[in-house]
Design a protein around this ligand. Structure first.
Ligand code: UD1
Length: 415
């Protein structure tokens, strides 16, 4: 299963390069199957979720060849209508196969997706979108079945700006007949990256990055070459690690406009930041000012950095409040952090964090970002921290122990 051993309280120094964004790579890999010809994708992170999605795609008949950070995909005839149920349960993003198969073959069947256990994770908005495009949807014993004689564009209002639903509707609408308008669409950079790739493939998509996306369906897409954007959550995690350990780290391959809320909050905490065109330098300070955080859809503060930020707030000079509005069950790291000495009280969707002395302990990663928070806590704690169930962390962070070790962290991975 593997675990991390961390000996804390070493300031991090040096440069670290951020990998391609997992949450852009997954829908873009799935979207490559919409084309009639091959695509080449660059800067794909080497992660378990990516490997699982590639296996699902191969089992559907596509040729998927990986060489380091490059993946070549030939969708071939893709005449299958079903995605591997066992693998689909392992990653949330497997639901993108539904949009792709529905679009290309007018029928898609798979198990309800898995992923991190951070809330109810319904897909009602995805299914509402498919129905609006003319699909019939049924759910039976955890299997979703979506079919349509033909897909026709429509106006779809999302009750919540869901990232996954926005992407899935875009995937399905790209090859539908006529015009689709998604209102209250999500605006995350990963959606813009997907739209850029689809546009190079020939799709007609306008308004991405705003809350109204307009898609004029077209008949066929050609494969294309595309480089995945840098992972803003990985970047943010390293930035927080530098501030937390009183370090001085240049985080390379960052689009700083994607992490404005984190930059703003770190500045409010009086962390020293220098931004340039390709990265951000983060210097820790002796005294961190307290701030409050409220997670929101983009461009608000990202929920995927909430747990990491909470660790930093344990080292601030007063009480801070964290309000989680995106996911209903995203404080699972708190019990583990408490075992390390964190003084945190949860009240519904809010957590009150008081200045705390962190000490090493044996803790368990309960999900991807919760696991990242435990690594950060281990870096700040006195003595040794042992983190188990690190497969959660490896679903979303490429070589995190190697990257942190290159910055001077005393972290070891034990297989
Ligand atoms: C994506 C990210 C995840 C991130 C999240 C929010 C991927 C693979 N994962 O997840 O890391 O935390 O965005 O930034 O990109 N909801 C519904 N009905 C739906 C869909 C969602 O009620 O049909 C609700 C969810 O329960 C949740 C909220 O909407 O409370 C946000 O979910 P969504 O934006 O869809 O997140 P994901 O795309 O699953």
């Amino acid at each position: 299963m593997g675990k991390f051993l961390i000996n804390g309280q070493t300031p991090l120094h040096g440069k670290v390069k951020v990998s391609g964004a997992k949450n852009a790579a997954l829908p873009i890999l799935a979207a490559s199957l919409l084309a009639d010809t091959p695509s080449r994708l660059l800067d794909i992170p080497q992660l378990r979720d990516v490997t699982n999605l590639c296996t699902i795609m191969r089992k559907m008949g596509a040729t998927v060849q990986r060489e380091g950070k490059e993946i070549f995909i030939d969708p071939g005839s893709l005449n299958i209508q079903e995605a591997d149920h066992d693998l689909a349960r392992k990653l949330r993003a497997s639901y993108y196969i539904l949009g792709v198969l529905l679009s290309k073959n007018h029928r898609a069947r798979t198990s309800l997706p898995g992923g991190c256990n951070i809330g109810n994770r319904p897909i009602d908005l995805h299914l509402k979108g498919f129905k609006a495009l003319g699909a019939e949807v049924s759910l039976d014993h955890g299997v979703v079945d979506v079919k349509a004689d033909k897909l026709a564009g429509n106006r779809i209002y999302l009750d919540y700006p869901s990232v996954g639903a926005t992407i899935n509707i875009m995937l399905a609408a790209t090859l539908a007949e006529g015009r689709t308008i998604i209102e209250n669409a999500a605006r995350e950079p990963e959606i813009v990256d997907l739209a850029n790739y689809l546009t190079v493939m020939g799709a007609d998509i306008k308004g991405v990055g705003t809350d109204i996306i307009k898609i004029n369906g077209i008949e066929r897409l050609e494969g294309a070459e595309h480089r995945i954007i840098p992972d803003r959550i990985e970047a943010g995690t390293f930035m927080i690690a530098s501030a937390l350990t009183g370090g001085d780290v240049y985080v390379k391959n960052v689009l700083s406009e994607h992490i404005k809320p984190l930059i703003a909050k770190l500045k409010e905490m009086e962390v020293i930041l220098e931004e340039d065109i390709s990265g951000v330098r983060v210097k820790g300070v002796d005294k961190l000012k307290t701030v409050d955080i409220k997670t929101l859809p983009y461009p608000g503060f990202p929920t995927d950095l909430q747990s990491q930020m909470m660790v930093l707030l344990t080292q601030a000079d007063g009480t801070s409040l964290v309000n989680e509005t995106v996911w209903e069950n995203r404080f699972m790291h708190v019990d583990e952090l408490k075992r390390m000495g964190a003084d945190i009280k949860i009240d519904g969707h809010s957590a009150l964090i008081k200045p705390s002395r962190l000490t090493g302990a044996e803790v368990t990663a309960t999900d991807l970002r919760a696991g990242a928070a435990l690594i950060l806590a281990g870096l700040a704690a006195e003595g040794q921290t042992e983190i188990t169930d690190i497969y959660h962390i490896e679903r979303g962070y490429e070589n995190i122990s190697g990257k942190l070790a290159s910055l001077g962290a005393k972290i070891k991975k034990i297989d």
